[in-house]
Design a protein around this ligand. Sequence first.
Ligand code: ZN
Length: 217
Amino acid sequence: MFIGHWAPALAVASRRRTPGLGTLFIAAQLVDWAFFALLLTGAEKMRFTPGVSVMNPMDLYHMPYTHSLLGAALFAAGFAVLISLATRDRTAGIIAGAVVLSHWLLDLLVHVPDLTIAGSPPKIGLGLWNHPAVEMPLELGITFGALWLYVRARRPSPVRIAVLAAILAALQGFNWFGPVDPVVTAGTSVLAFIAYGAATVAAWWMGKSAQGASRLV
Ligand SMILES: [Zn+2]
């Protein structure tokens, strides 16, 4: 799951009393931002092993902090508190925290068993990455379906919708069909930060043009 993680952000932002769309985009990928940061420090680990799943060569063999249910829940709780304080709106904080937690649940659908409940085995994952005929339409469907919900409710600028949609489609296309690095380097994390950052900036920019756009962070 890559761009599909932003579906919950778009879906909840089509409703009132949410934090801004940029904040929700960060929430949706918060544990992946953290994973790629911890990858730089060596605290979490992955390697490229083509074939580890049909669709994804990333062998995510050590990520106890960011991709355990417990770890993701702690990230969600921390982000919820932060957003509650920043917005002085507890509902907004809870929504932001729920979007953080949605990441682990969507990963559970697609990952081959590399997730944990509390950091140690058994490893779990339902493995839709081995079933592209299911995973690809699912990921595109939830993402662009949620974007449609947001557009219908908030009527943002058509140009900004097109920019966000193009960035999401390009990122997913690169993820599915682009070249595979042979080894993990600092560049692996930098590329991830650029991808998440580009989508987040585009979402924030589109959200700024929306009707009834959130005044919250
Ligand atoms: Zn993830």
